[in-house]
Design a protein around this ligand. Structure first.
Ligand SMILES: Nc1ncnc2c1ncn2[C@@H]1O[C@H](COP(=O)(O)OP(=O)(O)OP(=O)(O)O)[C@@H](O)[C@H]1O
Ligand SMILES: [Mg+2]
Length: 232
């Protein structure tokens, strides 16, 4: 990524935006999630939920929960979904879920919408739009039979940012896009691209002028810091 984006993401994590890191298999999602988690201020109570303990948080108040596969008799499994539900009773300031794949997405979105803002997770998708569609499918997997419009509203109000990560054909892993979720209009989730990959240069560039970025931040209730206000 570029230094500007690193600063920007730090600001977003500190100000409790809900962030999903999206990417393909082995694209570096967990690595990026680790970096984002490191920006959580140290006084906060964090619950991490994973299939295999990959996150390495250095903050003082971290509770790590790990899922468990069933035994030989097919019993005793503990799912990510159960862990997310349990985590909410632990009154965390933040929930970090290693990866959402299924019905736990619904519990996670509900948590994000009910005061556990600043939560972080990753998901498998090749573009931010794809990630939004994947989230819809995952929520349906929770088996609650919710109407599509209600699901999209949950997604749009819960998720603030999607960080897209990709592995290019040379094997290079990069953040390729940063997208803000602005809300919903009719049936459609409205997004705004903040950074994108310049195909010719091969590096990440801001999509908007700084004043636009500042207004997106203000929409989230974040005061833009001086470094972002400086004219380029
Ligand atoms: N920006 C990067 N530059 C170089 N190597 C990286 C980068 N990010 C991650 N890696 C390396 O790529 C490998 C895969 O990273 P990681 O486990 O974070 O990906 P993932 O998308 O979470 O994978 P999975 O799909 O298995 O969950 C690791 O060996 C990691 O150290
Ligand atoms: Mg991973």
């Amino acid at each position: 990524m570029i230094p500007d984006l690193a600063e920007f993401l730090k600001l977003c994590v500190e100000n409790r935006l809900n962030i999903v890191v999206s990417g393909g298999t082995g694209s570096g999602k967990t690595t990026t999630l680790n970096v984002l988690s490191s920006f959580i201020p140290s006084g906060e109570r964090i619950v991490t939920i994973e299939d295999a303990a990959e996150l390495q948080l250095r903050q003082g108040h971290v509770i790590s929960l790990e899922s468990r596969p069933p035994n030989m008799e097919g019993k005793g499994a503990i799912t990510i979904r159960e862990l997310v539900r349990n985590a909410l009773r632990m009154r965390p300031d933040r929930i970090v879920v290693g990866e959402v794949r299924s019905g736990e997405a619904l519990d996670m979105l509900q948590a994000m919408n009910t005061g556990h803002d600043g939560s972080l997770t990753t998901g498998h998708a090749n573009t931010p739009r794809d990630m939004l569609a994947r989230l819809e499918t995952m929520v349906l997997m929770a088996g609650m039979d919710l109407p599509l419009r209600a699901i999209r509203e949950q997604i749009a109000s819960a998720i603030n940012l999607i960080v897209q990560q990709n592995r290019d054909k040379n094997g290079k892993r990069k953040i390729t896009e940063l997208v803000a979720i602005l809300g919903i209009e009719g049936e459609n989730i409205i997004t705004q691209n903040l950074y994108h990959l310049d195909k010719k240069e091969g590096n990440l560039v801001p999509t908007l002028g700084r004043s636009k970025v500042i207004s997106v931040l203000e929409g989230y209730g974040i005061n833009a810091p001086d470094w972002l206000r400086e004219v380029d």
